[in-house]
Ligand binder design. Structure first.
Ligand SMILES: [Fe+2]
Length: 146
């Protein structure tokens, strides 16, 4: 059901945002200023999508989950309790972006099938957001050609 998937998307977005903030605080390396800044922007952009997802759940008549334990149950984004080194933070972020894209692409179709065109449009926006972030991360992970 669309509301069930919106709950999964909400929980996954919360997890993604928390992880980005963790990486923003704890990343280290010779490119620290750019990495620190990148994860800050990533956190802000992802966190900025939370409220609209939550409100769609209410618009469809369901209640919106709002607790950390429910988010942990529902999220498809694995929590990170360690402090990985920078390269692993980026590799994990790339995999997480790909998971988010897979989810919103599926939900785009589901929402369109239910004539929820606004939700469908928003899923398309989220696909663009995560695709752009994935491009940045792939470019950061790419070894420079000399
Ligand atoms: Fe900060």
């Amino acid at each position: 059901m669309l509301t069930d998937n919106l709950k999964i998307l909400l929980a996954s977005t919360q997890s993604f945002a928390i992880k980005s903030q963790n990486f923003h605080w704890n990343v280290e390396g010779s490119n620290f200023p750019q990495y620190h800044e990148f994860f800050d922007t990533l956190y802000g952009d992802v966190a900025g999508t939370i409220d609209r997802i939550a409100e769609y759940i209410r618009i469809l008549g369901a209640y919106t989950p709002g607790s950390l334990s429910r988010y942990a149950e529902l999220s498809i984004i694995q929590d990170q309790i360690k402090i990985p080194r920078a390269e692993l933070m980026f590799t994990e972020t790339l995999q997480d972006c790909e998971k988010m894209i897979e989810l919103v692409v599926m939900m785009f179709q589901e929402a369109a099938n239910e004539n929820q065109q606004g939700i469908s449009n928003y899923m398309a926006e989220l696909q663009d957001l995560y695709a752009k972030k994935a491009w940045f991360v792939r470019s950061i992970l790419r070894k420079e050609r000399e």
